[in-house]
Each structure stands twice: as C-alpha cells, then as structure tokens.
Design a binder for this molecule. Structure first.
Ligand SMILES: Cc1cc2nc3c(=O)[nH]c(=O)nc-3n(C[C@H](O)[C@H](O)[C@H](O)COP(=O)(O)OP(=O)(O)OC[C@H]3O[C@@H](n4cnc5c(N)ncnc54)[C@H](O)[C@@H]3O)c2cc1C
Length: 403
C-alpha cells in the first residue's frame, strides 16, 4: 500500500453519478455493501441533462424494481411508424399487436437522473458531488482513486472495485474501437397540432434518421444530419427550420413550433473489453452508440442489472461459504466475479452495438440498390408479423428477443 493511502477500503467506488452510476448504486442498496459515488459536476448539473431517452419496456421493468418508475414523468409510445425518404416501403409497429400497454416510453434524462439521485440519497449511499476522479491505480488488493475538486472528502479513496460510469470515451485509446459516422444530432422539443396520439415517427433520410418521439403534449426531436447541414440547420430561424423539418416528415403530423436546438456529434466508440483488474466500465464509458434505435441507456441498464446480480451472488457465496470451503471475506473486485459478469453480457452488448451500427450504415446512404433493399425490408416487415415481432422484441428486451 502506498504511503498516505487511506486505511478504509470501500467495496465499490462508482465514478460518475449520471443515470448509469446512480442505477448501479440503487440496484445494490440492500446488499449491505460499502458503496461511494463521485461526480465531477454539481448535483444540479446532472439533473439538468437536456436529452430525452426512449426507454424500452424491459427498462421500465428494471426502473420499477429500482423503485423510481412511479414518480418519473414519461410519455408512452404505443405505435412506431418507420419509413424512408426517396422510396416505397414503410411499416407500423403497434403495442397492441404485442399484447403490451406500450412499446416504450420517453423520459427526460435529467428527470431520470433526479429520480435516481433522490432514491440513492434516501438509501443513505454517499455521493461526493464536485469531485473528479483524476486517476485510478488498480493493484492486486484494491484500486486507489485520486480525487480533485471542491467536494472531495480526501485526496484519495480505496475500493475493492471501481465501476467507471463517467460518460464519454476518450478518442485515440488503443482499447477503444472507434467509427465517426460523419453525422451530428440536433435535439429539440417540437409542438404538434392535434396531439401526438402516442405515435413515434422514425424517418430515414440519406443524411441520417429523423425521429419524433411523443413527449408531454408534443415531440422530442432527434434530427441527424451531415455536420455541414447541421451548421446550416442551426443557423436557420425557428420558422425556417420548422419548414425544413415538416418537409422531411411530410403530412404525417402538422408541426407548429420548435424550442432551442442543441447539437451532439455522433461517433461509435466501444471498449474491446469492459473489464480490467478491479475495474469495470458501464454505460457511455463502455460504449457510446448512435441514437438511431434509442439503445444506449437501455443496454446500459441491462449491464447494470447483470453486474449487480453478479456481485450479489458472489456476496451470498462468500457469506455461506462455497460447497467445500468455510465462509470468507467478500471481494467485490475479484477477477472471477468480473469475468462472470463480462461473459454473461457479451452477446447482448455486441449484438446491440452491431444492430445499431448496421441500421445506421444501411439506412443512411443514397446508394440505389440499398435504397431498393431498404424499401423491400420495410415492406417485408410490414407484411410478415413474426419479423415485426422480432424487431419490436429486440428494441424492448435486447438479445433476449431471440427465441
Ligand atoms: C442525442 C442523443 C440521444 C439519445 N437518445 C437515447 C435514447 O433515446 N435512448 C437511450 O437508451 N439512450 C439514448 N442516448 C444515450 C444516453 O444518453 C446515454 O446512454 C446515457 O445518458 C449514458 O449515461 P451515463 O450515466 O453512462 O453517462 P452520463 O450521463 O454522461 O453521466 C456521466 C457522469 O460522469 C461524470 N464524470 C465524468 N468524468 C468524471 C470523472 N473523471 N470523475 C467523476 N465524475 C465524472 C459526469 O459529470 C456525468 O455526470 C442518446 C444519446 C444522445 C447523444
């Protein structure tokens, strides 16, 4: 142990108190573990995230188990209308067809973080706001984290396991696979005449998809475009922009107003492995996906649940003692625990990354044969209920969609 390292060893240090880090803390709240969280930003900043998230049905079930669903403001998606510009073929996915009240829900990322944070506070799990983790040194026995910022409780913390949920991945890291889509997403709130009737629109254009998700009385917009076009769209006044958007959507909905537009560059980045010595990466720190299918947070929450499950099982095994050993101390960062978690999540994780990436590549170009294939695919989806059912289940449950 280095000089000046603290004596106390926490079971788990969670780096980043965004929705993913908070969800992990909450999933473990009754496990009797010594957990601490640190976030570089102030508490209010985290709860003001302007993005909206499409939450899959499976995510709803997990948020219910975490006890934050009932108080979360959200809007149900009952129908999804999928089409592509410049060709025939479209499909409609309907919740009733799958015997569900909704295919998914739209909630603000800030409101979700606020609900999770309240629950974490109520559970008495400490969160150090305005505390940046500047370094993690993983060794045989523990991880030593270096802390900076106004809220830091000490210069360093020791933990058996560090769960990194700090959002973005650094470009140029050799452990990270990267593909720049050459696209930017504009997000905004959009008003609509006559209400949204709980219908989401996903319209594929050669520059990228345009999605309108029902939210409150209007829509949450994700408008993907080439970076130069995004510059141009941001420079338009609201009326001119609304006219451009209306032209994309056609007569499916009559748009009447648009709020401030924000921009996000879209790059696929994912870690080759999400585990290392006494360290695990989750959420956007493990993979940042294109928002085309709204899978980022949904995948992250499935990972969170599986990691919590692996830790709870390991703790129970240590408490009882394995079949041929006496009860022993619990080690949250043991290599066997992390390996079990990573093995359990490999298929769903890579499947979701590939599914999202393929959707972007196939639907975001104007190559004529692909345009016809897209039309044929949408037509097939419309005519073949089992295919439609598979797509809907993939969006709702991830890899568990496979029969
Ligand atoms: C335009 C857009 C639309 C999207 N739409 C959807 C959607 O419809 N559905 C969906 O499922 N997903 C969607 N996503 C993805 C979703 O936003 C992310 O999956 C989710 O927000 C990731 O949460 P997170 O907790 O991993 O990261 P973040 O929300 O980024 O939180 C990370 C936290 O870590 C803190 N932090 C960073 N560095 C440090 C450090 N060194 N020390 C301490 N703290 C640190 C930060 O302050 C921050 O609070 C979308 C993304 C974009 C860009």
């Amino acid at each position: 142990m280095p000089e000046n390292a603290p004596e106390r060893v926490h079971d788990l240090l969670i780096v980043g108190a965004g929705p993913v880090g908070l969800a992990l803390a909450l999933a473990l709240k009754d496990a009797g573990l010594d957990i601490v969280l640190a976030d570089a930003r102030a508490r209010e900043a985290v709860t003001k995230d302007p993005r909206d998230l499409a939450l899959a049905h499976g995510t709803r079930l997990t948020l219910q188990r975490l006890g934050v669903w009932n108080t979360l403001p959200r809007t149900a998606i009952e129908h999804i209308h999928i089409s592509h510009q410049g060709g025939l073929g479209r499909t409609l996915i309907d919740a009733a067809e799958h015997g569900l009240p909704a295919l998914g829900y739209v909630a603000s990322a800030g409101a979700l973080a606020a609900a999770l944070r309240e629950a974490v506070d109520a559970a008495g799990i400490p969160v150090f706001d305005e505390t940046e983790i500047t370094n993690l040194a993983a060794g045989e026995e523990d991880v030593i984290a270096s802390l900076a910022g106004a809220g830091r409780p000490a210069p360093t913390l020791r933990a058996r396991l560090a769960a990194c949920a700090e959002g973005g991945l650094r470009a140029g890291d050799p452990n990270v696979v990267e593909h720049d889509y050459g696209q930017h997403a504009l997000i905004a709130d959009v008003q609509v005449a006559g209400g949204h009737r709980h219908t989401a629109f996903e319209r594929f254009t050669p520059q990228g998809p345009v999605a309108l998700l029902p939210k409150g009385d209007g829509y949450a917009l994700v408008h993907v475009a080439h970076p130069d076009t995004a510059d141009e769209l941001l420079a338009l006044d609201d009326a001119a922009y609304l006219a451009r958007l209306q032209a994309h959507i056609g007569g499916r909905a009559r748009l009447t107003g648009v709020g401030p537009r924000l921009r996000y560059p879209l790059v696929l980045r994912y870690r080759r492995s999400t585990i290392a010595q006494r360290t695990v990466w989750l959420g956007n720190a493990a993979q940042t996906l294109h928002p085309v299918a709204g899978q980022g947070f949904n995948l992250a929450l499935r990972d969170v649940w599986a990691l919590a499950d692996a830790l709870l099982r390991a703790r129970e095994a240590a408490r009882r003692g394995a079949a041929d050993t006496a009860p022993g101390p619990f080690d949250a960062g043991a290599a066997t625990v992390l390996a079990r978690y990573a093995n359990a999540r490999g298929l769903d994780r890579l499947g979701t990354i590939r599914f999202t990436d393929t959707l972007v590549r196939v639907f975001s170009n104007d190559f004529a044969p692909l345009r016809h294939a897209r039309g044929a695919a949408l037509l097939a989806l419309d005519l073949i209920p089992p295919l439609r059912n598979f797509l809907a289940r993939r969006m709702m449950f991830g890899a568990r969609a496979w029969p």
